[in-house]
Ligand binder design. Structure first.
Ligand SMILES: Cc1cc2nc3c(=O)[nH]c(=O)nc-3n(C[C@H](O)[C@H](O)[C@H](O)COP(=O)(O)OP(=O)(O)OC[C@H]3O[C@@H](n4cnc5c(N)ncnc54)[C@H](O)[C@@H]3O)c2cc1C
Length: 381
């Protein structure tokens, strides 16, 4: 089916970004996976060409395009099997906090660097003791004159090694009775005394992503770095998590589409018992089922994208999109991997990496179980 989301300008943007991927990403992917992170310079190159925060207004140093350009970036990265270059996390999940909740002064300070790639961002919510239950975080921020003093540990933080700026969720009111209203968000520059990066974590997939621990030990942050009013952190996070969930779904569908395309090509080439494996009825039926799931998923996700771009606040739909597409993508990629036989178990095969990369999509950005908790609430259950 034809997609109706994009204009000719978007098509031109996709072409330009695809060229950027071919030139600056594909030749480096194996090295990035080996070193466990992308080159810092790749961020600057992406920024210089307008591929970071494409929706950001020119007044703040952005290219002044729209979220659909971000969708294109996510889709093309997924199609290139690049799971570690967290452009979308930066552009579409973290920078929007600064844009929506930052004061004019904060926006002028940070947004131009976010668009140029001089500033790489991270968002630190999860802690060793809690992830899904955000209200239970133990990191504290205690007011001391014009500063707050942060203490605590975070883990699983994407862009943990490369980030220059971290938005940290911390308790400004430790009273458990105020669990939700006791969280505030702080923008912490990575060169502040008291902030240290922990280990880069070894993961099942996303080999080029520098997911890390972080520590805050008497880390002094000026009150001018607090985002929004004290105690509004949970509300701000809840407001912005819809787009985060949608971004995961967009990557899941695009990644699985690429895997199916590559699998169809492989099954036409690979022979067994004297004929291409694509000629076995089992192959055909399984691949048809994959394509059917993807076409139905594509129709839903494009509708959610269109309504999200139109400004609707889609709590139920973004949650459904996140859990349904990521479960579906995992099933589809697993089915495809089987057609590669033993090669589907070899790391040099993209389908193998796609299988490992896809697993986390059901865990992060709120687990798929938490998505169902949210939808159940929306249904009044
Ligand atoms: C590669 C990677 C990158 C990440 N990047 C970031 C990042 O940049 N920033 C950040 O802050 N975090 C990040 N995370 C953390 C991620 O968001 C959490 O791992 C996730 O939210 C789950 O939290 P948890 O690991 O503590 O699991 P837990 O919350 O301990 O959950 C364990 C299990 O219990 C289930 N469960 C929990 N509560 C319920 C419930 N009410 N009903 C039913 N089931 C429930 C969960 O679904 C899960 O299956 C990342 C994680 C990974 C793996």
């Amino acid at each position: 089916m034809d997609r109706t989301l994009f204009t000719e300008e978007h098509d031109a943007f996709r072409k330009a970004f695809r060229q950027f991927v071919e030139r600056e990403i594909t030749p480096n992917q194996q090295r990035w996976r080996d070193q466990g992170q992308v080159d810092r310079d790749a961020w600057r190159k992406a920024g210089a060409q307008g591929f970071l925060c494409p929706w950001l207004e020119e007044t703040y140093g952005g290219p002044g395009a729209d979220f659909l350009c971000s969708v294109i970036v996510m889709e093309e990265l997924a199609r290139a099997y690049e799971s570690g270059f967290a452009i979308s996390l930066h552009s579409d999940i973290i920078v929007p906090y600064l844009h929506s909740f930052g004061s004019e002064d904060q926006k002028q300070r940070w947004l131009p660097g976010c668009a140029s790639g001089e500033i790489v961002t991270a968002l630190a919510m999860t802690e060793p003791g809690t992830g899904s239950d955000l209200a239970a975080i133990a990191t504290t921020a205690v007011r001391d004159g014009d500063d707050y003093v942060l203490n605590g540990a975070k883990t699983f933080i994407s862009n943990g090694q490369l980030c220059d700026l971290v938005i940290v969720a911390a308790k400004t009111d430790p009273d458990p009775a105020n669990a939700h209203r006791g969280i505030s968000l702080f923008v912490v520059e990575a060169n502040r005394p008291g902030f240290t990066r922990g280990k880069r974590l070894h993961k099942m997939g996303m080999a080029s992503q520098d997911t890390s621990e972080m520590f805050f030990e008497d880390c002094r942050v000026p009150a001018a770095n607090r985002l929004g009013v004290e105690g509004a952190g949970f509300m701000m996070l809840m407001q912005k998590l819809q787009q985060e969930r949608l971004c995961v779904a967009i990557g899941a569908v695009a990644g699985a589409e690429q895997v199916v395309e590559d699998t169809i090509a492989y099954t036409k080439e690979r022979k067994a018992f004297g004929k291409p494996i694509s000629k076995f009825q089992n192959t055909q039926f399984k691949l048809v089922e994959c394509v059917a799931k993807l076409e139905v998923g594509r129709a839903y996700i494009d509708k959610v994208i269109a309504e999200h771009v139109a400004g609707k606040h889609l709590v139920k739909e973004c949650s459904i999109a996140k859990f349904w597409t990521t479960d579906m993508a995992q099933e589809v990629i697993d089915t495809c991997l089987q057609f590669f036989g033993g090669y589907g178990y070899m790391l040099e095969y993209p389908v193998t990496r796609a299988f490992m990369d896809a697993r986390v999509q059901r865990i992060y950005a709120g687990t798929n179980e938490i998505m169902k908790v949210i939808v159940a609430k929306q249904l009044g259950l």
